[in-house]
Write a protein that binds this ligand. Structure first.
Ligand code: NPQ
Ligand code: MG
Length: 373
């Protein structure tokens, strides 16, 4: 198929509660949405970039200008594109996997809608609903933390993930364990906030029977994670370090982790995410699907991915209501700790045009008028 135009939208979705991690706090999700208009019909994607480069190197206005100046012109000048060819066509551009992933995903959505096939079918899903967990930001107090966790457990979440940082680690984990017991499926995410010098502090977490400890050290510190893995009984899970199937292969070979959090955007899209899944499955390493505060568009695609065989731990997908009072698609709801995998063509969701227009703060259609392509 040929791409006729690409529409970029920036929409601001207020969060129901501020979300704080060791990397910073946010009150809303400023989402970058991509709509491709092709000879086979349209497709949508949610670009996972944050509005600032505090969590990942890519960020919203950078991704927007990269798409406008390089990625979209390259795709539009290709004689024909399919999702499977996107990474190759965009190969001359180094890095920027999140921006590339969004374009690949929108094209895949258009392709699958035209073929009347769902993401789940296409990716090889083996379940029609997936168990999900919730990621709990760093609150102001232990009392507030306990209150939030209690609320999520009442809603039916199957697994709790606490965001930690030096000074907010042992105490909150102990408090949650004491309040909710040993059977609670509990894990922690440091978002790179520690160094190997604090291994002794992380070792103190071993007594709490966590499912895993996510990304304690810097993204590029695979050797450090391998060393730490030898010092702890708690399983190490990597998130920020998993930037490609090759990075995942290196992490597994080095023994840097024994669980992997797959963020499809960071590895360059759903095709690469499936490759990471397959690689981990071949090594007997369980995976789960991470979350980037996606709108319903990204949430739908993540649900399809999380329905693959080796996604054997509950992911950070969560119901829409965990994050947003109002979304640009119909909300995803929690039923008995699970969310149903969409089964319609493509991602299976429909964007609500009125809500999207109301929340949109920037809109641009590419190629820009007057541009020579
Ligand atoms: C994680 N997600 O697992 C991330 C952190 C995160 C659900 O904990 C904008 C873009 C906001 C990316 C907030 C969860 C984000 C973001 C949090 C990623 O590490
Ligand atoms: Mg993480």
């Amino acid at each position: 198929m040929k791409i006729k135009a690409v529409e970029l939208r920036v929409a601001r979705l207020p969060l129901v509660t501020p979300f704080r991690t060791s990397r910073g706090s946010q009150d809303d999700r400023v989402a970058l949405l991509v709509r491709v208009d092709t000879t086979d019909g349209e497709g949508w994607a949610d670009c996972a970039v944050g509005s600032a480069p505090f969590y990942e190197p890519e960020f919203l206005s950078g991704a927007r200008s990269l798409m406008a100046e390089y990625l979209v012109p390259m795709l539009m000048s290709a004689p024909s594109v399919t999702a499977a060819k996107v990474q190759k066509v965009l190969g001359p551009v180094k890095g920027h996997q999140m921006a590339k992933a969004a374009l690949e995903t929108a094209i895949l959505d258009a392709e699958l809608r035209a073929r009347r096939m769902s993401f789940a079918q296409y990716l090889g899903a083996v379940r029609d609903r997936v168990p999900v967990g919730v990621s709990v930001g760093i609150p102001d107090s232990l009392t507030e933390l306990i209150r939030q966790v209690e609320g999520y457990l009442e809603e039916g979440y199957r697994r709790i993930k606490l965001k930690i940082e030096p000074g907010w680690d042992i105490e909150p984990i102990r408090a949650v364990r004491e309040q909710f017991g040993q059977d609670l499926a509990l894990q922690a995410d440091a978002n790179t906030a520690y160094t190997l010098a604090s291994a002794w502090r992380l070792r103190a977490l071993d007594e709490f029977g966590l499912l895993l400890l996510e990304q304690p050290l810097a993204a590029d510190d695979l050797l450090g994670h391998a060393e730490l893995a030898g010092l702890l009984t708690t399983r190490i899970c990597l998130d920020e370090s998993i930037t490609s199937p090759q990075a995942a292969a290196a992490a597994l070979r080095l023994g840097a982790c024994s669980v992997v959090n797959i963020k499809p955007a960071r590895v360059g899209g759903y095709l690469a995410a499936r490759a990471v899944h397959d690689l981990c499955a071949a090594h007997g390493v369980p995976v789960w699907c991470g979350g980037m505060l996606e709108t319903g568009i990204g949430r739908a695609a993540n649900l399809a991915l999380a329905a693959l065989e080796n996604f054997s731990l509950p992911g950070d997908i969560s119901a829409t209501a965990r994050y947003f009072a109002e979304d640009i698609t119909a909300p995803f709801v929690l039923e008995d700790g699970h969310i149903t995998v969409p089964s319609g063509p493509g991602t299976g969701i429909e964007v609500l045009p009125d809500v999207l227009d109301r929340l949109t703060i920037f809109r641009e259609v590419l190629p820009r008028e007057g541009a020579i392509t």
